[in-house]
Every structure is written in structure tokens, then in C-alpha cells.
Design a protein around this ligand. Structure first.
Ligand code: AMP
Ligand code: GLY
Length: 423
């Protein structure tokens, strides 16, 4: 089978490495892929949002199955465009990807169908939003409606901060059109859990839970990033919580999307907060999370391609989705200065042992050498029988990933270890 994977980050590298395990796979093309993915797939320099060129390439190469991994092409209708040419795909159509593409849509969906989430108000008028903030409970959370590279969420500790966020979004348009509509919502507390789930629009099969580490600095300090590391499973996601999530969140979400005529097929990402009142949805993503995928897929024992195709074909109910009972830890090595400004173009060297456990994100090939080209450069994952061992091993393996200006958090998994002691 000839496969195409749209995207070019660590998540896509993890997906490609998993897909390759299926013996029927003869070729994998990554569009655009990256310098590290080039070791595992044929990288083609077509951007992930260049839908027209992606479709033309897929038709010309007679691709048998396509996986559209990032949010932008999904929201832009990449799956719709490929399907229109008869190419089966993993991923939601545009009318379902809106669950991530518009926070106003997802909040209204949750309200309409009684899915637990933070209380909120939607504004398309700045004066009304500022007025509301005069009396809104503080802290509060201000969110731009559309995709904003994960930066469109401001946790405001004071009324002034909240007002500044509103002005930035609605007046200065720092997130472009995403700020035309905003959501102001209740600040929730509790540990966060990421759950990725396979769905064919009929049944939903959650993957092993995980915990992201979004802040740049140790002890969850510093700026929000795309994610500096992950562990799985997440100790806060107990069997009791999982059961509530299935009944109160996962199944109702699938049913709600069907009722709206927006059947969701693919990977639905539930960003959850386990609040004192029970699990609530912080956000939906219409795709695999990054770096969550880099701990979840290494624990998948079933064949990824088979599971993905069952989501496309509507046969997920009859398909086994099995995870090992082991633990995984992924540590991101980033360019110092990420997520603000950082230098790049430094050569990356990896020991063979580290390379075998590393997914490459921000790197390109230059004269045959792998050099840094982004903020998050690599994700190194270890799998072990205990969380302690997985963490220790991931950090040991990271020592084999070297480049100038490299930095990483030193406490990935520490909160999870602490959580287990509290229990
Ligand atoms: P998002 O970009 O939607 O993933 O949000 C980024 C982060 O902001 C989340 O991972 C949470 O840590 C935090 N966050 C978002 N919404 C809320 C909320 N209502 N209450 C508390 N924290 C939130
Ligand atoms: N790690 C969070 C995300 O993929 O959005």
C-alpha cells in the first residue's frame, strides 16, 4: 500500500514509524515531512496547507490511503478534497474539524448537548466584552475563536489583564480574524488529562491517557508552548474518571456531532480538566496531539493502519484497539529561547540508540546534515514497566541528542510521580 501523511512534526514522525510496522505498507510519502522524517518516509516539499498540490500529488502517485495529521489542513477541508478524488483518508471532514477550528462552535455544542465544560459567554462586540469583564469572576480565561497556533488562550489573573487580552484580540487583531469572535470563560482548576480517541462516528475507543507539560520552564513556570514533554498513562485518569468521561463526555460528543450532521471520523482529542465537580472539557482538537502522540503510539499494540482504516470504513466496533500496560515518557529537546525567539541552523547529532527512540520535529537536511530549523527539535521517548524507569530512561537517551543551544525541561513526569504518592 502507498500511504501519504500530511504534516511534518514529531507527531507525524511517530505516526509514520507506527504505520511502517504494517507489512503491507510499501511506501510512505510525508508532505512536507522534515529532515528527520526523511529517514523513514519520502519527504515531498509540499506544504501541509497547500490542499490543491496535496490532492494533485496523491492522485498522480495513486495513493491508497492518506492520513491528515495537523489541524489547519483538516479545518481547510483536506480530507474532503482527497475523498472527492476517491482517496480514503484518516481524519475528519471540514464540517467536523470545526470542533477545533471554532471555540464558539465547540462551546455552543457542549452547552446544547449538556457536555460538562467551563461556563462561558461569547462576544463579537468589544464594548460588550469589556463591559462583561467589569463584573466577571476573576481569574478568567479569554479565548480567540479560531486556530491561533495554540496561543489564543489568555489566563487573566486580573480584570486589567483580561481587558488587555480582549483589546489585543478584538482591536489589535493579534490573532488575525480569530479575534473577531471571542469566548470569555470560567477559570477551572484541577489536573489536566489528554485523551486521544479513535472514532468512526459510531463508536469511540479511547487511547491510553497522557499528560502534557505545556509550560516552557521547570515546575510549570514560564510561557505556554506546544508541549515540552508527555507521560502516559496519566495517573489522574483513574478507572472511575475514565468511566465518567465515557458516559458524560466521549459518547455525548460523538452523538452531538452526528445530531448536528457533522459526523466526526478520525482522532478526537479531549483536553480535560479533572475539577472538584468532575471531569470537564477544556478543549477539543480534531487530531492527534503533539507531543501526546509520541507517548501514546509507542504503547499501542494493535496495528495503527488497521485501526485507522476501520475509522474510515465504519468498522471500529469490530477492530481491536489494544494498549500495553506499560509506561512511556517523552522529553522534548528544544532550541533555547523557545517559544519566543531562538537561533537555528545548528547541526544535530544523535547516537544510534538515541535516534532509534527519537521523533524529529524542527529539523531539516542541509548538505546531508541534520540541522535545527524550529523551536521544538526532537522528542525522545522511552517505554518501561514503571513510570520511574520510563522517565529515567528517556532522560538517559536524551543525552545522546546533541546540538548547540539545546534545552529541555528537567522535570517531565515529576508531577505524575507526585500524584501517585498523593493517592
Ligand atoms: P488550549 O490552547 O485551549 O489548550 O489552552 C491552553 C491551556 O490553558 C490549557 O491547557 C489549560 O491549561 C489552560 N486553560 C484553558 N481554558 C481554561 C479554563 N477554563 N480554566 C483554566 N485553565 C484553562
Ligand atoms: N499538546 C497539545 C496539542 O497538541 O494541542
Amino acid at each position: 500500500m502507498k500511504l501519504l501523511v500530511v504534516g511534518g512534526g514529531g507527531r507525524e514522525h511517530a505516526i509514520i514509524k507506527s504505520l511502517k510496522k504494517n507489512p503491507s505498507v510499501t511506501e510512505i510519502y510525508a508532505l512536507p515531512g522534515n529532515g528527520g522524517i526523511a529517514a523513514d518516509a519520502a519527504c515531498v516539499p509540499i506544504g501541509a496547507t497547500d490542499i490543491e498540490s496535496i490532492v494533485a500529488f496523491a492522485v498522480e502517485q495513486r495513493i491508497d490511503y492518506a492520513v491528515v495529521a495537523p489541524d489547519d489542513p483538516l479545518v481547510l477541508g483536506c480530507v474532503d478534497a482527497l475523498e472527492a478524488k476517491g482517496i480514503p483518508c484518516f481524519g475528519p471532514r471540514a464540517n467536523a474539524a470545526i470542533i477545533e477550528g471554532s471555540k464558539v462552535f465547540s462551546k455552543n455544542l457542549m452547552k446544547k448537548y449538556g457536555i460538562p465544560t467551563a461556563r462561558y459567554e461569547v462576544f463579537d462586540d468589544m464594548a460588550a466584552a469589556l463591559d462583561y469583564l467589569e463584573t466577571a469572576p476573576i481569574p478568567t480565561v479569554v479565548k480567540a475563536d479560531g486556530l491561533a497556533l495554540g496561543k489564543g488562550v489568555i489566563i487573566a489573573q486580573t480584570r486589567e489583564e483580561a481587558k488587555t487580552a480582549v483589546r489585543d484580540m478584538m482591536e489589535s487583531h493579534v490573532f488575525g480574524k480569530s479575534g473577531d469572535h471571542i469566548v470569555i470563560e470560567e477559570f477551572l482548576t484541577g489536573p489536566e488529562v489528554s485523551v486521544l480517541a479513535f472514532t468512526d462516528g459510531k463508536v469511540v475507543k479511547p487511547m491510553v491517557s497522557s499528560m502534557d507539560h505545556k509550560r516552557a520552564g521547570d515546575g510549570d513556570t514560564g510561557l505556554n508552548t506546544g508541549g515540552m514533554g508527555t507521560i502516559a498513562p496519566n495517573p489522574y485518569y483513574t478507572d472511575a474518571v475514565a468511566q465518567r468521561c465515557m458516559e458524560e463526555i466521549f459518547l455525548p460528543t460523538i452523538a452531538a456531532m452526528n445530531a448536528e450532521g457533522r459526523t466526526f471520523k478520525g482522532c478526537l482529542y479531549f483536553g480535560l480538566m479533572i475539577t472538584p465537580d468532575g471531569p470537564k472539557v477544556i478543549e477539543y482538537n480534531c487530531r492527534f496531539g503533539d507531543p501526546e502522540t509520541q507517548v501514546v503510539l509507542p504503547l499501542l499494540e494493535s496495528d495503527l493502519l488497521t485501526v485507522m482504516r476501520s475509522c474510515t470504513n465504519g468498522t471500529l466496533a469490530d477492530t481491536e484497539v489494544k494498549f500495553s500496560g506499560r509506561h512511556a515518557c517523552c522529553v522534548i529537546t528544544a532550541s533555547a529561547g523557545y517559544p519566543v525567539s531562538y537561533r537555528k541552523g545548528f547541526e544535530i547529532t544523535m547516537t544510534p540508540e538515541a535516534a532509534a527512540h527519537t521523533y524529529v520535529a524542527g529539523a531539516k537536511l542541509e548538505n546531508g546534515k541534520l540541522v535545527t530549523s524550529g523551536g521544538r527539535v526532537t522528542g525522545t521517548t522511552a517505554v518501561a514497566d514503571t513510570l520511574e524507569e520510563a522517565i529515567r530512561e528517556a532522560y538517559r537517551l536524551c543525552e545522546g541528542v546533541r546540538f548547540e543551544n539545546a534545552c529541555r525541561r528537567s522535570d517531565i513526569g515529576a508531577r505524575a510521580l507526585q500524584a501517585r504518592k498523593e493517592k
